[in-house]
Ligand binder design. Structure first.
Ligand SMILES: Nc1nc2c(ncn2[C@@H]2O[C@H](COP(=O)(O)OP(=O)(O)OP(=O)(O)O)[C@@H](O)[C@H]2O)c(=O)[nH]1
Ligand SMILES: [Mg+2]
Ligand SMILES: [Zn+2]
Length: 310
Protein backbone atom coordinates (compact mmCIF):
# COMPACT_ATOMS: atom_id res chain seq x y z
CA UNK A 1 0.00 0.00 0.00
CA UNK A 2 1.25 3.46 -0.89
CA UNK A 3 0.14 6.88 0.10
CA UNK A 4 0.10 10.14 -1.78
CA UNK A 5 -1.55 13.49 -2.20
CA UNK A 6 -4.24 14.43 -4.72
CA UNK A 7 -2.76 17.09 -6.99
CA UNK A 8 -5.49 17.30 -9.62
CA UNK A 9 -9.09 16.23 -9.96
CA UNK A 10 -11.51 15.82 -12.82
CA UNK A 11 -15.00 14.37 -12.98
CA UNK A 12 -14.16 10.67 -12.86
CA UNK A 13 -10.52 10.46 -11.89
CA UNK A 14 -7.70 12.21 -10.11
CA UNK A 15 -3.92 12.47 -10.25
CA UNK A 16 -2.08 11.41 -7.11
CA UNK A 17 1.56 12.25 -6.48
CA UNK A 18 3.05 9.19 -4.85
CA UNK A 19 6.79 8.58 -4.30
CA UNK A 20 7.65 11.18 -6.94
CA UNK A 21 5.32 9.67 -9.55
CA UNK A 22 2.05 11.15 -10.76
CA UNK A 23 -0.51 8.33 -10.98
CA UNK A 24 -3.97 8.54 -12.48
CA UNK A 25 -6.59 6.88 -10.29
CA UNK A 26 -10.28 6.32 -11.04
CA UNK A 27 -12.66 7.62 -8.36
CA UNK A 28 -14.49 4.65 -6.84
CA UNK A 29 -18.23 5.24 -7.28
CA UNK A 30 -18.98 4.14 -3.72
CA UNK A 31 -16.82 7.00 -2.39
CA UNK A 32 -19.75 9.24 -3.26
CA UNK A 33 -21.37 7.84 -0.11
CA UNK A 34 -18.52 8.84 2.18
CA UNK A 35 -19.03 12.61 2.10
CA UNK A 36 -22.57 13.15 0.98
CA UNK A 37 -22.68 16.79 1.93
CA UNK A 38 -19.84 17.58 -0.48
CA UNK A 39 -19.90 17.84 -4.25
CA UNK A 40 -16.89 15.50 -4.51
CA UNK A 41 -15.65 12.84 -2.07
CA UNK A 42 -12.06 14.07 -2.34
CA UNK A 43 -10.38 17.39 -2.99
CA UNK A 44 -6.98 18.57 -4.12
CA UNK A 45 -4.71 18.32 -1.08
CA UNK A 46 -6.37 15.20 0.32
CA UNK A 47 -4.04 12.40 1.38
CA UNK A 48 -5.05 9.00 0.03
CA UNK A 49 -3.92 5.38 0.22
CA UNK A 50 -3.56 3.52 -3.03
CA UNK A 51 -2.21 0.37 -4.62
CA UNK A 52 -0.40 0.12 -7.95
CA UNK A 53 -2.15 -1.59 -10.85
CA UNK A 54 -0.35 -3.56 -13.60
CA UNK A 55 -1.70 -0.96 -16.04
CA UNK A 56 0.44 1.73 -14.40
CA UNK A 57 -2.57 3.39 -12.87
CA UNK A 58 -3.29 3.60 -9.16
CA UNK A 59 -6.31 2.17 -7.37
CA UNK A 60 -7.61 4.29 -4.51
CA UNK A 61 -8.03 2.37 -1.27
CA UNK A 62 -8.85 5.01 1.32
CA UNK A 63 -8.80 8.66 2.34
CA UNK A 64 -6.81 9.88 5.32
CA UNK A 65 -8.68 12.08 7.80
CA UNK A 66 -8.34 15.77 7.00
CA UNK A 67 -6.47 18.12 9.28
CA UNK A 68 -7.73 21.65 9.92
CA UNK A 69 -7.46 24.04 7.00
CA UNK A 70 -9.72 23.85 3.99
CA UNK A 71 -11.10 26.30 1.49
CA UNK A 72 -14.78 25.58 0.89
CA UNK A 73 -17.51 27.34 -0.99
CA UNK A 74 -21.19 26.75 -1.41
CA UNK A 75 -21.74 25.16 -4.82
CA UNK A 76 -23.98 27.26 -7.04
CA UNK A 77 -25.65 24.15 -8.43
CA UNK A 78 -25.94 20.77 -6.73
CA UNK A 79 -28.31 21.96 -3.98
CA UNK A 80 -25.78 24.21 -2.27
CA UNK A 81 -23.50 21.33 -1.29
CA UNK A 82 -20.03 22.02 0.07
CA UNK A 83 -17.44 22.34 -2.66
CA UNK A 84 -14.02 21.83 -1.10
CA UNK A 85 -11.57 23.72 -3.29
CA UNK A 86 -8.52 22.46 -1.38
CA UNK A 87 -8.02 20.40 1.76
CA UNK A 88 -5.15 20.17 4.26
CA UNK A 89 -3.90 23.67 3.59
CA UNK A 90 -2.16 26.02 6.03
CA UNK A 91 -3.09 29.33 4.50
CA UNK A 92 -5.07 31.15 1.88
CA UNK A 93 -3.39 33.72 -0.32
CA UNK A 94 -6.17 36.07 -1.43
CA UNK A 95 -5.05 37.86 -4.59
CA UNK A 96 -6.52 41.07 -5.96
CA UNK A 97 -5.13 43.39 -8.62
CA UNK A 98 -4.53 47.11 -8.16
CA UNK A 99 -6.16 47.56 -11.58
CA UNK A 100 -7.19 45.55 -14.63
CA UNK A 101 -9.46 44.06 -13.31
CA UNK A 102 -10.39 46.76 -10.76
CA UNK A 103 -9.85 45.83 -7.13
CA UNK A 104 -12.84 43.84 -5.86
CA UNK A 105 -12.83 44.55 -2.14
CA UNK A 106 -15.97 42.54 -1.40
CA UNK A 107 -14.55 39.34 -2.87
CA UNK A 108 -11.31 39.85 -0.97
CA UNK A 109 -13.21 40.13 2.32
CA UNK A 110 -15.28 37.03 1.55
CA UNK A 111 -12.10 35.07 0.95
CA UNK A 112 -10.68 36.27 4.28
CA UNK A 113 -13.90 35.27 6.03
CA UNK A 114 -13.70 31.82 4.46
CA UNK A 115 -10.09 31.48 5.67
CA UNK A 116 -11.18 32.29 9.23
CA UNK A 117 -14.13 29.92 8.94
CA UNK A 118 -11.97 27.20 7.35
CA UNK A 119 -9.38 27.48 10.14
CA UNK A 120 -6.39 28.59 8.14
CA UNK A 121 -4.12 31.59 8.00
CA UNK A 122 -4.62 34.30 5.42
CA UNK A 123 -2.35 36.47 3.34
CA UNK A 124 -3.46 39.43 1.23
CA UNK A 125 -1.54 39.92 -1.99
CA UNK A 126 -2.26 43.02 -4.07
CA UNK A 127 -0.77 42.29 -7.50
CA UNK A 128 -0.18 44.52 -10.52
CA UNK A 129 1.44 47.10 -8.26
CA UNK A 130 3.06 48.41 -11.46
CA UNK A 131 -0.41 49.64 -12.50
CA UNK A 132 -1.25 51.27 -9.13
CA UNK A 133 -1.34 55.02 -8.55
CA UNK A 134 1.45 56.10 -6.18
CA UNK A 135 0.30 55.36 -2.62
CA UNK A 136 -2.90 53.65 -3.77
CA UNK A 137 -2.23 50.36 -2.01
CA UNK A 138 -0.61 51.56 1.23
CA UNK A 139 -3.80 52.31 3.15
CA UNK A 140 -5.35 48.96 2.32
CA UNK A 141 -2.19 47.03 3.17
CA UNK A 142 -2.11 48.82 6.53
CA UNK A 143 -5.75 47.82 7.22
CA UNK A 144 -4.96 44.14 6.80
CA UNK A 145 -1.65 44.27 8.64
CA UNK A 146 -3.36 45.84 11.65
CA UNK A 147 -5.64 42.81 11.73
CA UNK A 148 -2.67 40.47 11.87
CA UNK A 149 -2.77 39.28 8.27
CA UNK A 150 0.39 39.30 6.21
CA UNK A 151 -0.26 41.75 3.38
CA UNK A 152 1.97 42.61 0.47
CA UNK A 153 1.98 44.47 -2.81
CA UNK A 154 3.55 42.63 -5.72
CA UNK A 155 4.03 42.71 -9.44
CA UNK A 156 4.57 39.63 -11.53
CA UNK A 157 5.79 41.95 -14.29
CA UNK A 158 8.47 43.94 -12.42
CA UNK A 159 9.18 41.27 -9.80
CA UNK A 160 8.50 43.67 -6.92
CA UNK A 161 7.22 41.86 -3.85
CA UNK A 162 7.91 38.42 -5.29
CA UNK A 163 10.63 37.71 -2.72
CA UNK A 164 8.17 38.61 0.01
CA UNK A 165 5.62 36.24 -1.46
CA UNK A 166 8.23 33.50 -1.66
CA UNK A 167 8.93 34.00 2.03
CA UNK A 168 5.25 33.66 2.85
CA UNK A 169 4.87 30.46 0.80
CA UNK A 170 8.03 28.69 1.97
CA UNK A 171 7.45 25.38 3.76
CA UNK A 172 3.68 25.82 3.88
CA UNK A 173 0.75 24.52 1.88
CA UNK A 174 -1.05 27.53 0.45
CA UNK A 175 -4.12 27.95 -1.72
CA UNK A 176 -4.10 30.95 -4.04
CA UNK A 177 -7.52 32.38 -4.91
CA UNK A 178 -9.07 35.49 -6.41
CA UNK A 179 -10.82 36.82 -9.49
CA UNK A 180 -9.80 35.78 -12.98
CA UNK A 181 -7.05 37.89 -14.53
CA UNK A 182 -5.53 39.25 -11.30
CA UNK A 183 -2.32 37.34 -12.02
CA UNK A 184 -2.44 34.34 -9.69
CA UNK A 185 -0.68 32.04 -12.14
CA UNK A 186 1.73 34.79 -13.27
CA UNK A 187 2.75 35.39 -9.64
CA UNK A 188 3.39 31.70 -9.06
CA UNK A 189 5.48 31.55 -12.24
CA UNK A 190 7.50 34.49 -10.87
CA UNK A 191 7.91 32.77 -7.50
CA UNK A 192 9.24 29.68 -9.25
CA UNK A 193 10.51 30.24 -12.78
CA UNK A 194 9.98 27.05 -14.76
CA UNK A 195 6.60 26.30 -13.24
CA UNK A 196 5.04 27.19 -16.60
CA UNK A 197 1.50 27.68 -15.37
CA UNK A 198 -0.64 29.05 -18.18
CA UNK A 199 -1.10 32.81 -18.05
CA UNK A 200 -3.88 34.48 -19.98
CA UNK A 201 -4.58 37.76 -21.67
CA UNK A 202 -6.94 40.18 -20.05
CA UNK A 203 -9.43 40.91 -22.78
CA UNK A 204 -8.96 44.54 -23.77
CA UNK A 205 -12.63 44.91 -24.62
CA UNK A 206 -14.06 44.08 -21.21
CA UNK A 207 -11.10 44.23 -18.86
CA UNK A 208 -12.27 40.88 -17.55
CA UNK A 209 -10.01 37.87 -17.37
CA UNK A 210 -10.82 34.87 -19.47
CA UNK A 211 -10.37 32.07 -16.98
CA UNK A 212 -7.03 30.83 -18.16
CA UNK A 213 -6.59 28.34 -15.33
CA UNK A 214 -9.36 25.78 -15.71
CA UNK A 215 -8.65 23.28 -12.94
CA UNK A 216 -7.39 23.36 -9.38
CA UNK A 217 -3.86 21.97 -9.18
CA UNK A 218 -1.33 21.50 -6.43
CA UNK A 219 2.34 22.07 -7.22
CA UNK A 220 5.40 21.42 -5.07
CA UNK A 221 7.73 24.39 -4.59
CA UNK A 222 11.54 24.14 -4.80
CA UNK A 223 11.78 26.38 -1.73
CA UNK A 224 9.70 23.86 0.25
CA UNK A 225 5.95 23.64 0.57
CA UNK A 226 3.11 23.33 -1.88
CA UNK A 227 0.87 25.80 -3.57
CA UNK A 228 -2.59 25.30 -5.04
CA UNK A 229 -3.39 27.43 -8.10
CA UNK A 230 -7.13 27.84 -8.62
CA UNK A 231 -9.29 29.12 -11.49
CA UNK A 232 -10.56 32.67 -11.08
CA UNK A 233 -13.84 33.22 -9.27
CA UNK A 234 -16.45 35.89 -9.87
CA UNK A 235 -18.27 35.41 -6.61
CA UNK A 236 -17.75 33.35 -3.53
CA UNK A 237 -20.72 31.93 -1.63
CA UNK A 238 -19.74 31.03 1.93
CA UNK A 239 -20.57 27.49 2.98
CA UNK A 240 -22.08 26.57 6.37
CA UNK A 241 -21.77 30.01 7.86
CA UNK A 242 -24.68 31.60 9.68
CA UNK A 243 -25.29 35.22 10.57
CA UNK A 244 -24.45 34.90 14.24
CA UNK A 245 -21.10 33.30 13.42
CA UNK A 246 -19.98 36.05 11.06
CA UNK A 247 -18.50 38.46 13.64
CA UNK A 248 -16.17 35.67 14.77
CA UNK A 249 -14.66 35.63 11.27
CA UNK A 250 -13.67 39.32 11.64
CA UNK A 251 -10.70 39.49 14.05
CA UNK A 252 -11.40 43.14 14.93
CA UNK A 253 -15.03 42.34 15.80
CA UNK A 254 -14.76 39.06 17.63
CA UNK A 255 -12.81 40.73 20.43
CA UNK A 256 -15.95 42.82 21.07
CA UNK A 257 -18.15 39.73 21.47
CA UNK A 258 -20.49 40.07 24.45
CA UNK A 259 -20.08 43.84 24.77
CA UNK A 260 -23.27 44.94 22.96
CA UNK A 261 -26.51 45.79 24.80
CA UNK A 262 -28.38 42.92 23.14
CA UNK A 263 -26.99 39.39 23.31
CA UNK A 264 -28.31 38.69 19.81
CA UNK A 265 -27.04 41.98 18.36
CA UNK A 266 -26.53 41.80 14.59
CA UNK A 267 -24.15 44.79 14.75
CA UNK A 268 -25.90 46.30 11.73
CA UNK A 269 -28.25 48.86 13.37
CA UNK A 270 -28.84 48.25 17.09
CA UNK A 271 -28.38 50.89 19.81
CA UNK A 272 -25.43 50.47 22.21
CA UNK A 273 -23.64 48.17 19.78
CA UNK A 274 -19.93 47.84 20.60
CA UNK A 275 -19.07 47.20 16.95
CA UNK A 276 -20.90 50.26 15.63
CA UNK A 277 -19.24 52.32 18.39
CA UNK A 278 -15.83 51.04 17.34
CA UNK A 279 -16.54 51.98 13.71
CA UNK A 280 -17.56 55.47 14.87
CA UNK A 281 -14.39 55.81 16.93
CA UNK A 282 -12.24 54.84 13.94
CA UNK A 283 -11.07 51.57 15.50
CA UNK A 284 -12.73 49.44 12.80
CA UNK A 285 -12.09 50.23 9.14
CA UNK A 286 -15.33 51.46 7.49
CA UNK A 287 -14.69 49.33 4.39
CA UNK A 288 -14.34 46.21 6.50
CA UNK A 289 -17.54 47.07 8.37
CA UNK A 290 -19.41 47.63 5.10
CA UNK A 291 -18.26 44.21 3.94
CA UNK A 292 -19.50 42.72 7.21
CA UNK A 293 -22.95 44.22 6.64
CA UNK A 294 -23.13 43.04 3.01
CA UNK A 295 -22.06 39.53 3.87
CA UNK A 296 -24.44 39.47 6.84
CA UNK A 297 -27.38 40.24 4.52
CA UNK A 298 -26.37 37.38 2.23
CA UNK A 299 -26.21 34.73 4.97
CA UNK A 300 -29.03 32.57 6.36
CA UNK A 301 -30.35 33.27 9.84
CA UNK A 302 -29.11 31.06 12.65
CA UNK A 303 -30.21 27.44 12.76
CA UNK A 304 -31.33 26.82 16.37
CA UNK A 305 -30.12 23.20 16.28
CA UNK A 306 -26.62 24.25 15.28
CA UNK A 307 -26.59 27.06 17.85
CA UNK A 308 -27.48 24.56 20.58
CA UNK A 309 -24.52 22.34 19.65
CA UNK A 310 -22.08 25.20 20.11
N1 LIG B 1 0.73 44.78 -15.51
C1 LIG B 1 0.72 43.59 -14.93
N2 LIG B 1 0.12 42.56 -15.56
C2 LIG B 1 0.12 41.36 -14.92
C3 LIG B 1 0.70 41.16 -13.66
N3 LIG B 1 0.52 39.88 -13.29
C4 LIG B 1 -0.17 39.30 -14.29
N4 LIG B 1 -0.41 40.17 -15.29
C5 LIG B 1 -1.14 39.92 -16.52
O1 LIG B 1 -2.49 39.66 -16.20
C6 LIG B 1 -3.05 38.68 -17.08
C7 LIG B 1 -3.70 37.56 -16.28
O2 LIG B 1 -2.69 36.82 -15.58
P1 LIG B 1 -2.97 35.33 -15.07
O3 LIG B 1 -1.78 34.94 -14.25
O4 LIG B 1 -3.38 34.43 -16.15
O5 LIG B 1 -4.22 35.59 -14.10
P2 LIG B 1 -4.98 34.50 -13.19
O6 LIG B 1 -5.34 35.20 -11.92
O7 LIG B 1 -4.17 33.27 -13.06
O8 LIG B 1 -6.31 34.24 -14.04
P3 LIG B 1 -7.23 32.89 -14.10
O9 LIG B 1 -6.33 31.73 -14.31
O10 LIG B 1 -8.16 33.15 -15.24
O11 LIG B 1 -7.96 32.85 -12.80
C8 LIG B 1 -1.89 38.25 -17.98
O12 LIG B 1 -2.00 38.96 -19.18
C9 LIG B 1 -0.67 38.65 -17.22
O13 LIG B 1 0.43 38.89 -18.05
C10 LIG B 1 1.33 42.29 -13.02
O14 LIG B 1 1.86 42.23 -11.91
N5 LIG B 1 1.29 43.46 -13.71
MG1 LIG C 1 -4.51 31.30 -13.55
ZN1 LIG D 1 -23.50 44.81 18.24
Amino acid sequence: MHSGVVIRLDSASCIVRCDGLDLRCALPGKWRLTRRSQTRPIAVGDRVRLSLQPTGEGALEGIEPRRAGKLSRRAASERGLEQVVAANVDQLVAVAAAADPPLNRGLLERLLVSAEHGEMGAVVCLNKADLAQPGQLDGLLAVYRRLGYAALAASAVTGDGVDGLRGVLRDKTSVVAGPSGVGKSALLNAVQPGLALRVGDVSAATGKGRHTTSAVSLVPLDIGGYVVDTPGIREFALYDLERDELMHCFPEMRELFGQCRFADCSHTHEPDCAVIAAVGAGRIDPGRYESYCRIYESLPAADPAKAARR
